[in-house]
Design a protein. Sequence first.
Length: 250
Amino acid sequence: MPPRPPRDLDWEGCLNVRDLGGQPTTDGGETLYRRVIRADSMRNLTERGWQAALAYGVRTVIDLRHAEERQTDPPGTLPVEVVEAPFFELDEEVLAELDAVAVAAADDAAATRDVYLVFLERFRPNVARAVAAVADAPEGAVVVHCVGGKDRTGLVSAFLLDLADVSREQIADDYARSAVRLEPRHRRWLAEARSAEERARLARIVATPRRALLETLAEIERRYGSLRDYLRAGGLQAETLAGARARLRG
């Protein structure tokens, strides 16, 4: 049996790139490689990094960042189709709610979970549109990215893997992998913190606890009946859900 291809991908300029393929499913199958890749900001890729992405088959990039984040991008066009699908929009009321739930949480994992739940409830149509963008993309590999490829990208990846019948434990393993891939960046951030308070805040933000994702998905399932029903509540039709599943399953 030939060796399984690596899921972690080395694309110069990015730290947190990996294929969602090669993951066992609950029905005895496996997700397909070169269909969906999760990443930190693709605008950080060097020319060599873009060459690697194109050679891997990437034809579509789905950008989950909001408009203000995109304004900091370097000039120039990208060599692929880019779909802007912001996971959320900046809003003072939302920011205040996020701060409140993070402060009230018992620990970092609970804070991450509660912040995720605020986003998922307030921006349910945005999440559904991101999943639809994957389903509707033309032939070729699709990259989903935000800034770090950890939180927004992690949640969208979790929904895609769930649609493909990957187990929750496996989904949580994929999510937690970001802590390893982003460790160089996070180590630098923590070293540059100017106070113990800032360091503690950063430590919570950069954390990628498996428990946070598992509890987030469980709570969404409790509220809506299933993750599929959550996406339906966001506006997805059965055909689009099937298309998103087929992207990873064929």
